[in-house]
Design a protein around this ligand. Structure first.
Ligand code: C2E
Ligand code: SIN
Ligand code: SIN
Ligand code: FE
Length: 396
């Protein structure tokens, strides 16, 4: 994009419009806050032809302003924080909602050199304007520094930056709302999953985290675009266990065939709980809950689906789930050694598991092994005396 600098006088209405349209087009398709801030800073740096553009956002809870360092000394994406009630330029603009324009920053007592020190950047002129939402509430501060022609910022620059800030303000507010909703959704999913696993797991959080990570790596290894969704949905695969009675779920020994039949129904309950979900992540969780005990050769439950009739999300979670279950202590079994669990997964390729997923598991195993290296040492062991690593399962 061309840098935008009107030759003389004010911006014409048409120039303003073009500027806004172009800027708007570039920022409007980004909903991820981090990415959006990067794009806005880049665009403004180019349009105003300045050495640096920094965006500070309010963190109301902490009474601070934060920004990610965009360039300098390999500190990219490091967070800078400034107190909201501080005496520096950024704090004053955020508090008062007024513009501050310093032709020579280092000569003004309100300018703090802290950020320059960290980023190895020398601010000469700088302009800081408030970033407001549609209703005029201050969301943060836009700061630009060092015009390419080494002159001070003038009224025109202020006008352009304010104009761009108006548009950026709405985009940032939407991205923040979206992020809040997204975080709330993930948190809710996770807490729901913990509820379901709480009763029968020694270390619910580690278990859910490990399954999530393995599913994510497997999906990535298979180039699945929705690996992020698969990661976020996976903790819910056993949600149907909330419907099972203690005498079955917490039985210390082997289940009788009748009890195992009841146990199997956790897939059906999980399916009912997540039936008709609207969000992408819960739709995936629904497939996982229904089909995570189906087997590639058709011998699984609840439906006995075979091969690619089993949704890919379920074919992925089942490898993560079984591997983790083998490595974990349960009321009915002791923990297997990581490498023995790995050997079991490989041996079940084409039987319990999709060979493609097992191939991906082979690729990611070095990372998985590291993940499990730190756990399993202090796990409680069941009271039986027999030696590890025989397959003690009752069902074939
Ligand atoms: P889970 O404990 O989370 O195990 C999940 C899956 O990991 C099992 O699904 C099975 O495919 C695999 N797995 C776990 N331990 C072993 C093992 O020692 N050997 C082999 N070959 N595979 C293992 P599955 O069998 O459909 O069981 C589903 C759930 O039913 C289990 O989830 C567990 O909560 C319960 N369950 C299964 N068998 C027993 C049992 O004998 N006693 C009790 N109390 N619960 C059981
Ligand atoms: C400040 O004066 O508050 C900070 C200046 C800067 O970010 O460069
Ligand atoms: C997500 O990205 O985790 C959720 C998307 C959606 O709710 O559709
Ligand atoms: Fe299950």
């Amino acid at each position: 994009m061309q840098s935008f600098r009107p030759e003389n006088g004010k911006l014409s209405a048409e120039e303003k419009l073009n500027l806004l349209v172009e800027f708007g087009a570039r920022i409007s398709c980004e909903l991820r806050l981090d990415k959006l801030l990067d794009i806005i800073a880049q665009q403004i740096t180019k349009m105003l032809d300045v050495g640096r553009c920094t965006i500070y956002l309010k963190d109301v809870e902490k009474n601070e302003l934060w920004s990610k360092i965009a360039q300098g000394r390999g500190l990219e994406h490091t967070e800078i924080r400034v107190p909201l009630n501080g005496s520096g330029v950024i704090s004053i603009v955020a508090r008062t909602g007024e513009t501050i324009n310093l032709p020579n920053a280092y000569e003004d007592p309100r300018f703090s050199m802290d950020v320059d020190m960290v980023t190895d950047f020398r601010t000469h002129s700088m302009l800081a304007i408030p970033l407001k939402n549609n209703s005029g509430k201050v969301l943060g501060v836009f700061q630009v520094a060092n015009k390419a022609d080494a002159t001070a910022f003038d009224k025109k620059d202020e006008g352009i930056l304010l104009l761009l800030a108006t548009l950026a303000g709405s985009a940032i507010e939407i991205a923040k709302l979206y992020q809040d909703v997204h975080v709330a959704q993930l948190e809710t999913i996770y807490r729901l999953a913990v509820t379901a696993e709480y009763r029968d797991q020694q270390d619910t959080r580690a278990h859910l985290k490990n399954i999530s990570i393995i599913s994510y790596l497997l999906a990535l290894g298979m180039n699945k675009k929705d690996s992020e969704l698969i990661k976020n949905a996976s903790p819910l695969h056993d949600i149907g266990k909330v419907a099972l009675a203690d005498n079955i779920l917490l039985k210390p020994g082997k289940l009788t065939p009748e009890e195992f039949e009841i146990m199997k129904s956790h897939t059906v309950y999980g399916g009912r709980i997540l039936e008709g979900a609207h969000s992408k992540v819960l739709k995936i969780a629904h497939k996982m809950a229904c089909y995570h005990h189906e087997k590639w050769n058709g011998s699984g439950y609840p439906k006995g689906l075979k091969g690619e009739d089993i949704p890919i999300e379920a074919r992925i979670i089942t490898v993560a789930d079984v591997f983790d279950a083998l490595c974990a202590f349960r009321m009915y079994k002791k923990a297997w050694k990581t490498d023995d669990a790995y050997a079991y997964i490989l041996g079940e390729s084409g039987k319990s598991f999709d060979p493609h997923v097992v191939a991906a598991f082979k690729k990611i195993y070095p990372s998985v092994r590291k993940l499990y290296a730190n756990i399993s040492v202090n796990q409680p062991q069941p009271q039986t005396s027999d030696v590890p690593v025989t397959d003690e399962k009752k069902n074939s």
